[in-house]
Write a new protein. Structure first.
Length: 159
């Protein structure tokens, strides 16, 4: 099993669309330029962690999982909105009504996953279609611990 712990703000991959430009189909990426920068920053962090934690500093020319079914579990740790925190003498204190809340707002879990799976294609597997089982959770992070924990293993049939 491979475990990757990534620090940084997880970024979703927006929905793209196809358009005809001068009679040819062209892919138009979704999302803003700001989100594109966040995506690239998080992707760089993922690549760095894979290189350091999995491959001792350098990436292989062939990913370790080729043409094999995979199980992937990802826990995204998201920053809490400022409104969850107290102000004034209560600054830095979590408001009681938000203490155990899970993030049920954007970014969407599936779009966060899409980004991570695309980044790991070519690094850990040859095609993200190899992922046959995917478990995802979003939770709020402690300040400074935003990021993701990614577990990857080969799928095995239940005995």
């Amino acid at each position: 099993m491979i475990r990757i712990d990534v620090l940084g703000a997880p970024a979703p991959k927006g929905s793209g669309r196809a358009m005809l430009v001068r009679g040819k189909a062209r892919f138009i990426a979704g999302g803003s330029k700001i989100n594109a920068a966040k995506m690239e920053t998080f992707a760089t962090e993922i690549r760095n962690r894979v290189a350091i934690d999995v491959f001792d500093g350098s990436l292989p020319s062939v990913p370790p999982y080729v043409d094999r079914p995979l199980v992937v579990a990802i826990v995204f740790r998201l920053a809490r909105p400022a409104s969850h925190w107290g102000a004034g003498k209560h600054a830095g204190t979590l408001k009681p009504k938000f203490a155990s809340a899970l993030p049920t707002t954007k970014p969407d879990a599936d779009k966060l996953c899409r980004h991570v799976l695309d980044v790991l294609t070519g690094l850990l597997w040859d095609d993200d279609a190899r992922v046959v089982e995917l478990l995802v959770r979003k939770e709020y992070a402690q300040p400074g611990n935003e990021g993701a924990t990614i577990l990857v293993d080969e799928w095995r049939p239940a005995s």
